[in-house]
Design a protein around this ligand. Structure first.
Ligand SMILES: *[C@@H]1O[C@H](CO)[C@@H](O)[C@H](O)[C@H]1NC(C)=O
Ligand SMILES: *[C@@H]1O[C@H](CO)[C@@H](O)[C@H](O)[C@H]1NC(C)=O
Ligand SMILES: *[C@@H]1O[C@H](CO)[C@@H](O)[C@H](O)[C@H]1NC(C)=O
Ligand SMILES: *[C@@H]1O[C@H](CO)[C@@H](O)[C@H](O)[C@H]1NC(C)=O
Length: 685
């Protein structure tokens, strides 16, 4: 054994040790076809129960309604009690049914309290705490090895100043190499220190999860530029992604992409630099046979994004400075409720222009596009591969209610496949990563180094909001950029990938869990009314303030001196497996384009007429991607209406109108994690 270890260190062959370890004798783990997506925990060590949720107090000071497990619907961060209870709940209810965990960042509090500005040691400290909690929860009985892989990524609040991550290598990347040493495969730790990106083969030789460092795509990161200039880390990350996805294709593997900041891009707002969005969308088009799903956090709002490959503009991808018609403004890094409302409206507006999914044989054939039709199946695949889809999960931090998302995927044929094993634990014992002591490294003497490396450690709340200066776009033609390598598309013989047609590794659905903090904190009077009414306490306009004090902001706890919370638990908010309005037969792009189309429908007559003009063109042009995806979900969205309201025939006219907005209302209800009353939701119509 000793000899083998020595040999092994020399050859870096992890497998030998694992095969000879006595602990490995237990029955091999089996796949469950299920994984957890958890995001935006924002633990706050200064959170005080029954403090005030007003902006100046931020649940740190004063007296008010801040509950034991958090102040729901407010902009306060998470008390440790919520983080602990969440991990306990996962341990008791989910742990043994998961194949891996996707953790999309922001494990530090916001810089929302001027009296207690964030320090690097605090930001790294809460991150280390959460990372250790994952290790504790998922370690095997011996406490040595992780039973399943955990895949983390940075959020824009996991660094200081927030949003600004300079090109690597730098101290922050070095710290996270240490904090996540149990999660980053040994052989990628070195490259991680340069870029902050890595991947894990969560099912060896079958499925990899790619942790993207979206801070290098993030428009508000003033420390980097674009994805079209070869010296930029965004460019390098795209190159890495391209090369790795090419390897994945060659090995017959599939990939899930994950990151913190999603590629949101509506009419007037965007989160990613345009060249990064462009390249990403092109990569996804070319690797549509490989990429199974894209999962993000950051927004705290439950929603999804549809990217249209028709928006790809090659002039923006090659060589950077092309003349651009892009007039989108960078989105605030933290959305206020008001801008969330605008953002969701813009999403809907974009979706209202989607071509109508073909649900009728006659319409679908339209005299052309016969190519994609096989065996009488509905030719949805005719348009499906034109689009990509990103799922954005809501947060643990109770901007609405705390949430968790459990995603299921098809493991048919993988029942006995070899599973991931933690090679890191033993390698670490033999070959430890030098522990970085955050406190020691970040003490005052060391600050000067941190300052030089990170620009400034001082958070400037508004400073980085100044639009970073972009080079003036050059006009006219420019030569083809020699640094641009366009990835190969799937071979014409290969069938549509798991994102487009149901097969092994296709995401089949998810269950959305939430913790009803209003109920659990048990602070307000039983009927939900305020103990003490104050002006405008629950008016809709409260939602439109930049800082949200939350729905209890003006209320007093019934027992201010001794909170009396109920047992903490998550419950199901909804499940795509049985949601009667979403009717998602699976999580393929086709299913979501169909849903987006339905959400976009307003006044049926007009919208449909507009759509009809585009449809023939769409089908014709898409037939090059033709597939015979057999999704049979029915997009008639009227029949379940009576289940969702009890109006009877009181107001037939209103009801009929509402019908057309029903899917949109349902989407909004979930966007805000069921915290907003239907009456208030209707103000969005
Ligand atoms: C949370 O759990 C940690 C142990 O992981 C414990 O030390 C701490 O006191 C707990 N905090 C709260 C508020 O429950
Ligand atoms: C899972 O994939 C297999 C093929 O790999 C397919 O036959 C089966 O219908 C899929 N199951 C579901 C529920 O989509
Ligand atoms: C949450 O709990 C409150 C108080 O018990 C209740 O009024 C409300 O309907 C619950 N919300 C949801 C979405 O279940
Ligand atoms: C449905 O939404 C549209 C667009 O937002 C709006 O004009 C219409 O009045 C709504 N219909 C009803 C009945 O609320």
């Amino acid at each position: 054994m000793a000899f083998q270890r020595v040999l092994c260190l020399a050859l870096l062959c992890h497998g030998v040790i694992a095969a000879h370890s006595p602990e490995r004798a237990a029955a091999p783990r089996k796949l469950h076809g299920r994984f957890l997506h958890i995001t935006d925990l924002h633990p706050d060590q200064f959170y005080k129960v029954h403090s005030s949720t007003l902006e100046a107090d931020a649940c740190h000071h004063g007296k008010g309604p801040a509950g034991t497990y958090g102040a729901e619907t407010s902009d306060c961060d998470s008390p440790y009690a919520l983080v602990n209870a969440t991990f306990d709940w996962i341990g008791a209810n989910l742990k043994d049914q998961l194949d891996f965990v996707i953790w999309t960042g922001d494990s530090a509090r916001h810089d929302s309290d001027e009296q207690i500005p964030r320090s690097p040691a605090q930001v790294l400290g809460t991150n280390r705490w959460i990372a250790d909690k994952f290790v504790d929860l998922f370690a095997d009985p011996s406490g040595q090895a992780l039973q399943i892989p955990i895949i983390p990524t940075f959020g824009n609040n996991d660094i200081l100043p927030h949003n600004i991550l300079l090109p690597g290598p730098n101290k922050w990347l070095q710290y996270y190499t240490d904090i996540w040493r149990r999660f980053i495969p040994e052989e990628q730790r070195h490259s991680f220190e340069f870029g902050g990106w890595f991947y894990v083969e969560v099912i060896p030789n079958r499925l990899a999860v790619f942790s993207l460092n979206t801070l290098y795509f993030f428009d508000r990161n003033a420390g980097v530029d674009d994805c079209a200039t070869p010296s930029e880390p965004g460019f390098k990350q795209m190159e890495w992604l391209r090369i790795q996805l090419q390897f994945m294709r060659a090995r017959g593997m599939k990939a899930i992409l994950m990151g913190h900041v999603p590629p949101a891009r509506t009419e007037s707002k965007k989160l990613w630099d345009e060249t990064c969005w462009q390249k990403y969308t092109l990569w996804l088009r070319q690797y549509r046979d490989v990429v199974t799903a894209s999962l993000y956090g950051h927004m705290n709002v439950d929603h999804f994004l549809i990217q249209d490959t028709r928006d790809i503009d090659m002039s923006l991808i090659s060589g950077g400075e092309a003349e651009t018609a892009d007039v989108r403004e960078a989105m605030e890094d933290e959305l206020s409720a008001a801008s969330t409302a605008d953002y969701l409206q813009e999403l809907r507006h974009g979706w209202s222009k989607l071509p109508r999914p073909s649900t009728d044989e006659g319409e679908a054939s339209g005299g052309k596009g016969k190519k994609g039709r096989k065996g009488g199946k509905k030719p949805k695949g005719l348009w499906g591969e034109r689009y990509h889809m990103s799922l954005v999960s809501p947060s643990v931090v109770p901007n609405y209610f705390p949430t968790l998302r459990v995603i299921e995927y098809n493991i048919s044929g993988l029942e006995d496949t070899p599973v991931w094993e933690d090679k890191g634990a033993e390698m670490l014992q033999l070959h430890p990563v030098a522990e970085v002591d955050d406190q020691k490294h970040l003490d005052l003497r060391d600050m000067s180094t941190v300052d030089t490396e990170l620009g400034s450690t001082k958070e400037h709340k508004s400073g980085d909001k100044d639009k970073k200066k972009k080079k003036k776009p050059k006009k006219g033609k420019k030569p083809q950029d020699p640094s641009l390598v366009i990835p190969d598309p799937p071979s014409t013989a290969s069938p549509p990938g798991p994102a487009y047609s149901q097969q092994t590794l296709t995401l089949t659905g998810y269950t959305q869990y939430f913790a009803n903090l209003t109920h659990i904190n048990n602070d307000m009077t039983p009927d939900g009314g305020p103990v003490e009414e104050s002006e405008g306490s629950s008016s809709w306009t409260d939602w439109l303030l930049r800082w949200r004090k939350g729905k209890n902001g003006d209320k007093k706890p019934k027992t201010p001196d001794e909170p009396n919370p109920r047992a903490f638990q998550f419950e199901v908010e909804y499940s795509t497996f049985d949601d009667k309005i979403y009717k998602l037969g699976d999580l393929t792009v086709n299913s979501f384009v169909d849903l987006a189309y339905r959400i976009g429908q307003k006044a049926q007559g007009k919208a449909l007429a507009e759509v009809d003009d585009n449809e023939d063109r769409d089908i014709e042009e898409e037939s090059e991607y033709a597939s015979d995806a057999s999704d049979e979900s029915d997009s008639d969205d009227d029949d379940e209406f009576d289940e969702t309201t009890e109006q009877g025939d009181k107001d037939k006219k209103k009801k009929k109108g509402k019908k057309h907005n029903k899917t949109w209302l349902h989407f909004l209800r979930h966007a805000f994690v069921s915290t907003v009353d239907d009456d208030d939701l209707e103000k969005f119509l």
